[in-house]
Design a protein around this ligand. Sequence first.
Ligand code: G3P
Ligand code: CA
Length: 239
Amino acid sequence: MNNNFINYAHRGAPSYCPENTMLSFYTGVFMGANGIETDVQVTKDGVLVLFHDDTLERVTGEKGSIKDYTYKELQKFWVKKDNFKDKIPTFEDFLLHFKDFNLTFAIELKVGGVEKAVADMIKKYGVQEKVIVTSFNYDYLKIFKSFAPNIKLGYLTDKVDNSTIEKLLNDKFYEICPEGRLVNKENVDKWHSLGLNVRAWGIYNEEIMKAVYNAGVDGMTVNFPDKLTGDIFDNYENE
Ligand code: G3P
Ligand code: CA
């Protein structure tokens, strides 16, 4: 196994737990993840919280969106998965709990306008070296960079062409984060040779996970971090 490889618990371990909750993050780490990926949004009263969807419906059954509620109001809701439930956490609580773990954090900006607050929070907890800030929205990342020029950036994308790579290199991005289906050994080698780290997302099943790992990526986000660890994973190589 590549010793620098990062198994990111994607929203924690959502195959088993309510996603983007403390329960889910701890479960992911317990299962062997050496990274956590999560999504940042902001409440009506300006609190940074961890939540993926545009609306609350799918995981809480409630109406509306994160921005429609104060943090206190959101605390009445439960994020659910099977028989488990937990609250929507703040980004600050997440950092308080995990800052001293030997983990890498992939922090995705899901909404605009939070760039400075996210940069300030990362600095407040001194985790600049452990964080890669990501987004599908290139503008958010450029704005973030203006507040924290030394924090690593990763661009999430489902389309990679020469102009994408050129843009990332010009803006001194650390990482390209392509969807798993775009990854093969040839393009991973090429992106590495240009100085970019490669971290994949969209790993929907173990078959994609194996193919992406064997293409030589530096990490991937998975919903089932237990499947991407140690000896179990070593067995996939050379299959
Ligand atoms: O690893 C990044 C991945 O989280 C991007 O997709 O939709 O799960 O935020 P999404
Ligand atoms: Ca995400």
